[in-house]
Structure formats: C-alpha cells, structure tokens
Ligand binder design. Structure first.
Ligand code: PEP
Ligand code: MN
Length: 359
C-alpha cells in the first residue's frame, strides 16, 4: 500500500513541531467549543478535535450532541482558521461530516475492531480526499488495525493516517490503555509512509502522564499528537480525568524535545560505529548461546521420550523463571523483560521437544 498523500500534506504544512490535534473529548455546547478553540488558536495546535457522537460504555450517560454540534465546528473553522476533526462510527455520521465540511474524520477504537462497520464507512466515503485517521482497535491486534486501514485504501481513500491510543488489557497497569509501543512500531515498519499520530490522553487516562507518553512518541518519530484539551477539565462531560487546559498544552509543547531523524556528520560517527560493532558481536553471541541451549533442550527431549515423561515440567520451569528474574534484576534488567524473554525461550523449547517426542 502506497500512502504518500497525508505525509505530503503534512510536509507541505512546514510545521517546525509535530502536528498537534487538540480540543475537548466531547463538543458539549457551542460556548464550550468556541471558548477552547479560541484558546487553542495561538498554540501549536492546527487541528481542532471534538467528539460529536460519543461511544460511551454504558447507556444513560452523555452520548454526544450529534448533528446539532456540527455547525459549532464550522464556526470554529470560520473564527479560528483551525481545521476540524471528529469521530465517525457509521455511514450516517460519515455523510453528515462531509455535508458539514469537517476536514478530518477519525475512526474510533471501538469501530476499528468491527470490519462490517469499517467497510460501511469506507463505502460511504469512497474516493474522498478528506484525511481519514484510523485509531488502533481496542485489542492489541495489528492485523485488525491494518485491515481497517486497507479497507479505506481499497475504497480510494488515500489521505490516510493512523492514531495510536493504546490497548485494553486485563493486566493491572498505570495506564488506561497500555501503549504496547511495538505494535505501532511494527505498523511503521510495514507502511513507512503512513503517518502515525499518538493519543497520550486515551493511553494515560490522567493528566499527569501526558508529557511522558508524548515524549516517547516523539522519540519514536511519530508524526503528531492528539491531546484532549478543555478549559475546565474537571467539569468535562466525558473523560474529565485526562483532559488538560490549553495553557498546559502550551507548556507541554515547549518542554517536548523533537529529535533529529538520524545521526549527522558532526555527531562523532566513529564512536557510534564502534559501539554498533560491539552490539552486533553481542547479538551474534546471543544467537550462538541460544542455539547451544536449544541443543541441550533437544537432548533432554530425547531423555523424556525414552522415559515417556511429560514435556512440561512446571516446578523446574518456575524455578528457572524466578531465578532468572532475580538475577536479571541484579543486572539491571526489568522483571517484565526477563519474563517475556524467558517465556519466549521456554515456548520455543517446548515446541522443539514436542517435535522430538512426537516425531
Ligand atoms: C476519543 O478520541 O474521544 C475516543 C472516544 O477515543 P477512542 O476511540 O480512542 O476510545
Ligand atoms: Mn475521550
């Protein structure tokens, strides 16, 4: 999939900072929308976001002002010159967004999970030159995210980008939606010309973490940020805990460091070269060690076969894992990393022994 349009559009904006999409979680009233838009117009934010139809977990809460709010966004555009962005979740939303000349349409995380809904929207906006940003699905499924993007591309929507808003997890964590950075990194590797916007607000679920997540996103060369902004966040009708005031957005943008895409001549490349050679040598050693370890695993597999003993030896496995976590921590390696790495090694060992035992 070639997707150069949104990238080119971004480049033509010649911003000296990442693209910033800001505005409230929900368009609550005309007054609220215009108030925050006027506060944002002199900041780095060039696109104004506001939810018009809100996907709420339970019914009976505020579900957005709907079509009534669309003229408010037209006013934002007229009065501030900012572009406007809303979430669309069905063909009717799509039709109305285009009728009211909204500039950027985003697909919410709860919609990306549903290929029927995505296809319905893609059919409704076929061939549009509007920018369409596809949020990641709620669950950490890269293929589902890519599938949704492809559905739009197939219908002639080429001004495409992605929004990374984190993933739902049963695991307890400090995030509302865990970032799982490797997933957007994999998306970038697959589609290098597809711009990715980071949404720290829905990742954090609180105000305190916004800066840190935004900095990580810039360190990973994300093209932009979408940050929920409200003049009176505590009183917001949705997502009150995570919205920040426009002046905090200004502070955050001032503090964020934008990194160069790559090393340049003056950056003492010889030292870097030497360090990268060392890394390569260590990686070779790692591979050799893993391969030697797997040969021992194979011998144990043969012994298990001869004595008809089960592949999984849970007590032994727990001993290895706990001891490696403890030793890893002594070496400054995080528990999460050691767990992931040894679980992967153990899984590979099991399938190796399975092959030996079952031929
Ligand atoms: C939003 O951006 O307000 C929103 C509902 O986000 P998500 O689809 O990421 O939950
Ligand atoms: Mn929100």
């Amino acid at each position: 999939m070639e997707n150069k349009n949104f990238k080119t559009w971004l480049e033509n904006m010649q911003l000296n900072h990442p693209l910033v999409i800001a505005g409230p979680c929900s368009a609550e009233s005309e007054k609220q929308v215009l108030e925050v838009a006027h506060e944002l117009k002199n900041t780095d934010a060039t696109i104004f976001r506001a939810g018009v139809w809100k996907p709420r977990t339970r019914p009976g809460t505020f579900e957005g002002n709907g079509v009534k709010a669309l003229p408010w966004l037209q006013k934002v555009k007229e009065e501030t010159g900012m572009l406007t962005a809303i979430e669309i979740a069905n063909a009717n939303h799509a039709k109305l967004a285009i009728e009211f000349d909204i500039d950027i349409l985003w697909i919410g995380a709860r919609t990306t999970v549903n290929p029927f809904a995505v296809q319905e929207i893609a059919d409704a906006i076929q061939g549009t030159d509007k920018i369409v940003l596809v949020k990641n699905p709620i669950n950490p499924d890269l293929a589902l995210w890519i599938g949704a993007i492809e559905r739009f591309h197939k219908m002639g929507v080429t001004n495409l980008g992605a929004i990374h808003r984190g993933f739902s997890s049963f695991r307890k964590s400090k995030y509302r939606n865990i970032p799982s950075w490797q997933i957007p990194i994999d998306l970038k590797a697959k589609y290098p010309t597809l711009p990715i916007i980071n949404d720290p607000s829905h990742i954090c679920g609180n105000r305190e973490g916004i800066f840190e997540i935004s900095q990580t996103a810039l360190d990973l060369k994300f093209e932009g940020l979408m940050i929920e902004t409200h003049c009176n966040p505590d009183e917001a009708w949705s997502d009150a805990a995570q919205q920040i005031k426009p002046n905090r957005l200004v502070e955050i943008m001032d503090e964020l460091k934008v990194r160069k895409p790559r090393f340049e001549k003056e950056d003492s490349l010889s030292k870097l070269d030497a360090l990268r050679k060392e890394i390569n040598a260590k990686d070779d050693q790692l591979l050799e060690t893993l391969s030697e370890r797997m040969q021992i695993v194979a011998s144990i597999g043969k012994a298990k076969k001869e004595s008809n003993v089960a592949v999984l030896q849970n007590t032994r496995w727990q001993e290895i894992l706990n001891s490696m976590i403890e030793k890893g921590e002594e070496h400054g390696l995080s528990k999460i990393f050691i767990e992931k790495m040894f679980k992967a090694i153990h899984q590979e060992s099991i399938s190796h022994q399975e092959k030996i035992i079952n031929g």
